[in-house]
Every structure is written in structure tokens, then in C-alpha cells.
Design a protein around this ligand. Structure first.
Ligand code: SAM
Length: 272
């Protein structure tokens, strides 16, 4: 069996191929590979990626999503950390003009050099670094057109959380500032080989073209959020006094951080 001749959506063929090249999926890099053709198509549809568009794929693994993107005539830049998988990806897709590969750690990728703001991002995220990569991609000035990701269900719940819930926090607000998130669907473990131990969810994050509120200094908002969410059980009046973030008169000082909307955080940050 060579790198090009097996089906990436047949678990038995993928397993046989990986065995033949003496590759064992590793837990530390979150190597749970998608082997379900319907789920792959659903994720590709959700991404909105069109023929000719640049798409950055983080953690392509054996290439199930990569192949789907190339078959839809997208321009694919894949970023994969595992050297053995990079060898395989080059053997499978190296002759396709629309494919390029960076062998690197995506937590260190220089996004702005890659035309990130013109691109869509697609990823079945390595769960150990998923939130970190999403934080990076939500930073003003480097936000992609959209991000479609498979990630741990509890992380997805935090991104989608409503105010006054336990999950509502930094991840909700930081991503919510740059994106409008939407749950596509939860994904059963038998869509992967090997199956992950935790639940998985596909989310689509569409870039906001206008910020949710006027903001004078993004660093001030960041400092306020960091300070407040390490004290999320306290009332915001106490947080304001402790942190030197004067509270605007129209915000009720007895509220707690997890109840404030994005617009209210921006209003508070602007008042400091
Ligand atoms: N996209 C493939 C799929 O859907 O089957 C593989 C997904 S697997 C969950 C995660 C992939 O990310 C693996 O191929 C792993 O080697 C790669 N990976 C893990 N950590 C990484 C990092 N920091 N930077 C880039 N790739 C990483």
C-alpha cells in the first residue's frame, strides 16, 4: 500500500497503511483521525470554503480534510508538527499545485506573514493546544475570515456560553469579540480512529466585520478581563476598587463578572 492509494475515510485502510509505515498515533499530539466521509463533508460545507480560496489547515494528520479541500479546488496551506505525517502528506499531495506544507508548531506560526486575514482556517484541533490557537487567531489584526474547528465539547460549550452561566468567561468573551460562533454538531467517537476519550463538537466561527462595541484601548480591556475573571465570584464594585479600574456609574456594582455582556466590558474598559 503506498501513500496515495488508500482511502482516508476507511478506518481499516488507514490503520493498515499506518501500520505498514510503522506509525502509531500519539496521545500527546491529539492524533485521533477523522475517518467518516459524511462528517468530513459536513465540516467542509460548514466552512464555506469555495474553489480558489486560500484555506489554512492546522494539524492535517493523514490528510482527510486536506484531500476534501483540494478536491474542492481550494488553495491549501497545511501546518503539521509531526515529521512522519509531513513526509506522508508530501507523498500523497506533494504533486498538487494547490497544496503547500509548513512543518511547524502551530502555536508558533507567524500568522500575519501568511495572509491570515484573507484566509479561512479549518482544523480538527489537537485538543491540548486548541484554546491557545483559538486565542491567537482571535487577536485583532490577525483574524481569519472564518475558523471551522472540531474541538473538545466542553471547550465548545465555553465559547458558546451565555452570560450568567458557569462556562461564560475569558474564552467566550475573547472569541466573541472577533467572531460570531455557531455550533454545527456534536461528533460521535466512532467517527475517529482511534476514538478520543472526550466528546467532540464542530464549531464555525465567522469573523465580525464590525466590532461589537467601540473600544479605546484593546489592551485595557484585556487587562480588565484578566483581572476580573481571576475573581469571578466577587462583585464588580470590589474588583473595580482592588484593580484600579473605576466602574462607570451606570453599571450596578453588585453584579459579578460572569453576568456582563461584551458591550458592558468595553464600556467599563473605556471608562478606566
Ligand atoms: N486533521 C486530521 C483529521 O481530521 O483526521 C488530524 C487531526 S488530529 C486530531 C490533530 C493533528 O494535529 C495531528 O495530525 C497532530 O500531529 C497535529 N498537531 C498536534 N499538535 C500540533 C501543533 N502544535 N501544531 C501543528 N500540528 C499539530
Amino acid at each position: 500500500m503506498d501513500a496515495q492509494s488508500f482511502s482516508l475515510t476507511r478506518a481499516s485502510e488507514l490503520r493498515a497503511y499506518l501500520k505498514a509505515i510503522d506509525f502509531r498515533p500519539g496521545k500527546s499530539l491529539g492524533q485521533n483521525f477523522l475517518v467518516d466521509a459524511n462528517m468530513r463533508d459536513l465540516i467542509l460545507d460548514a466552512s464555506g470554503a469555495q474553489a480558489g480560496e486560500p484555506v489554512i489547515e492546522i494539524g492535517p494528520g493523514p490528510g482527510v480534510m486536506t484531500e476534501g479541500l483540494l478536491d474542492r479546488s481550494c488553495q491549501v496551506l497545511a501546518i503539521e508538527l509531526d515529521h512522519r505525517l509531513c513526509d506522508h502528506l508530501l507523498a500523497r499531495f506533494g504533486d498538487r499545485e494547490a497544496f503547500s506544507l509548513r512543518e511547524e508548531d502551530a502555536t508558533r506560526t507567524p500568522w500575519t506573514e501568511l495572509g491570515i486575514t484573507e484566509s479561512r482556517v479549518l482544523s480538527n484541533l489537537p485538543y491540548s493546544v486548541g484554546s491557545r490557537i483559538l486565542y491567537d487567531l482571535a487577536e485583532p489584526g490577525r483574524v481569519p475570515r472564518s475558523v471551522t474547528v472540531m474541538l473538545q465539547s466542553d471547550v465548545a460549550d465555553r465559547i458558546l456560553a451565555q452570560p450568567a452561566s458557569d462556562q461564560y468567561g475569558l474564552l467566550t468573551l475573547r472569541l466573541g469579540w472577533s467572531f460570531v460562533p455557531k455550533r454545527i454538531r456534536n461528533v460521535p467517537g466512532n467517527c475517529f480512529w482511534p476514538p478520543p476519550r472526550v466528546g467532540s463538537t464542530v464549531l464555525h466561527l465567522e469573523r465580525r466585520e464590525t466590532a461589537p462595541a467601540a473600544l479605546e484601548d484593546p489592551r485595557r480591556l484585556e487587562a480588565l478581563l484578566q483581572f476580573a475573571f481571576t475573581r469571578r465570584r466577587k462583585q464588580i464594585g470590589a474588583i473595580a476598587r482592588e484593580g484600579g479600574f473605576p466602574l462607570p456609574g451606570d453599571l450596578d456594582s453588585s453584579r459579578r463578572p460572569e453576568t456582563l455582556l461584551l458591550e458592558e466590558w468595553a464600556h467599563w474598559a473605556n471608562a478606566t
